[in-house]
Ligand binder design. Sequence first.
Ligand code: NI
Length: 227
Amino acid sequence: MLITLPDLLPREEARAYRTALAQARWLDGRQTAGHVASRVKANRQLALGDPLARRIGQRIVQALQGDPVFQSAVLPARILPPRFNRYEGGEHYGFHIDNALFRRPDDAGLIRCDVSTTVFFSDPDDYDGGELVVQDTYGEQRVKLPAGAAVIYPGTSLHQVTPVTRGVRLGAFFWTQSLVRDDHRRSLLLQQDVAIQRLINDRAESEIIAGLTGVYHNLLRLWADPT
Ligand code: NI
């Protein structure tokens, strides 16, 4: 399931980050790719400890905490600090599936990548190409969003970034371990949550809302793995 967060960061704030990121110290992205991924990967990334990456990364995580769609759709247990990438002059990242596990910073154990997120800092008019293409259960989806918007998609999905043929594409990406590992189950919980919110907005009978909210929590109890 692909979901967009159209206003994760205010547009002007994201554009200010784009300006700062344009002058950052970019490294060859193949340094952080695994064996297989390095064959299809041609882009640049910021070093994990880069101060600008840390500052914007913390701001993204803070924004996620206040984003009800992200919270409801992802049910986050752990978020890996965001990483930053840059594509220009034909750079691209061919079809791949992200690693299942990553080591957390400061050796705090492993994180399982259940959900991938991409945050856009460039606007669609800034560059040609550079679409995020995700193979979803409903076919291929092509995503290119305004600065400050984000898209979330299952960590299990095959995806690519097409070559950037004009301009520069700046973005962040990160992985989240969800309380609910399975994408289908997360999507059922989200549908239930959205339906309950609608009933609340429509001032439905409180007994109906309480009953459905109970079912939501009992499904979450059945499926959530908070460890
Ligand atoms: Ni990827």
